[in-house]
Design a protein around this ligand. Sequence first.
Ligand SMILES: Cc1cc2nc3c(=O)[nH]c(=O)nc-3n(C[C@H](O)[C@H](O)[C@H](O)COP(=O)(O)OP(=O)(O)OC[C@H]3O[C@@H](n4cnc5c(N)ncnc54)[C@H](O)[C@@H]3O)c2cc1C
Length: 305
Amino acid sequence: MFLNHSPLWGESNGAAVWWGVPPSSLPVPIHPVVAFVAMDFVGARDVAEATAAKASIPDAQYLAGGTDLMVDVNLAGHRPSGIIGLRRIDEIQDLGPTRIGAGVTWLRLEQAPHRALAQAARAVGSPQIRAAGTIGGNIGTASPAGDGLPWIAALDAGIEVASHDRGRRVVPWNEFFTGVKQTSLAPDEMITAVVLPEDETEIQEFAKVGSRNAMVISTVSCVVVRTTAGYRVALGSVAPTPMRAFRAEEMINAEAAPSATAIAEFGRIVAEEVRPITDHRSTEAYRRHAAGVLARRLLERCLVA
Ligand SMILES: Cc1cc2nc3c(=O)[nH]c(=O)nc-3n(C[C@H](O)[C@H](O)[C@H](O)COP(=O)(O)OP(=O)(O)OC[C@H]3O[C@@H](n4cnc5c(N)ncnc54)[C@H](O)[C@@H]3O)c2cc1C
């Protein structure tokens, strides 16, 4: 285990010191840094080391790609008491049909054997964000807008977690995500993988709507899958957690060969089932409308595939 006290960031002592850019030209306030504070950093080489470190420094935070965590640190003044780096852990790097390691980056997921996850990966941030950001970090942040989360819900996947004292367990997705940026992960646990049921998915499609075509957090995201048992539809950014539209699923699965009217009704029910809010990205009404349109279009793609 690599443990040291690193001067990763500091705190203001009241004097304004800026890095290179004149304050007047900065779009957002940056915390002035004048004195570095010591903190614990653990560069874990395996899950056992990472979870042992978490057990000994309970307030420490895991660092995967840092694309969410470092925004909190740099712009929101977040100061964890320690950092446990996960980038050197090989055992969370697997990318297979039924298991995706928490450390797999969006860049690698662009080539995933799961079509809708690859589509979601290509829509995340920029090449720099995709090279660093991981699916484990997306799950750890548990933002309603996390682009990987509707796919997890649509596939009925589980989240595998590990702790130093209790070993591993798999938590069903709908028990893992409990609210906006809230999960049932215990303080001493880490996310190790997304675990998929034996592959019964025949077709899967992802799409998201945002205020522009790239580098955009989802206003609404949607995944429709066709399995041997029927269709499933999951959505993001329209509820505190990723959600399934079960009434719409039931309705469409009762149709042997969905007509245009049935497909339209499917979209209408999805729009009715979602629970969006109005915030700085969109309105409740637009999100509801977009959810119905996305679900209908993805269903149409699945039907012709
Ligand atoms: C410019 C920009 C654009 C973005 N665009 C998108 C986008 O289009 N779509 C999208 O979904 N997201 C987007 N994001 C958010 C972010 O990139 C993703 O959520 C990404 O997947 C986070 O992964 P990470 O490895 O960087 O997580 P980190 O920042 O390292 O960690 C995030 C959180 O998860 C915890 N964590 C990380 N790994 C684990 C683990 N194994 N076990 C337990 N907890 C863990 C950390 O402690 C932290 O709380 C964007 C971010 C930026 C800065």
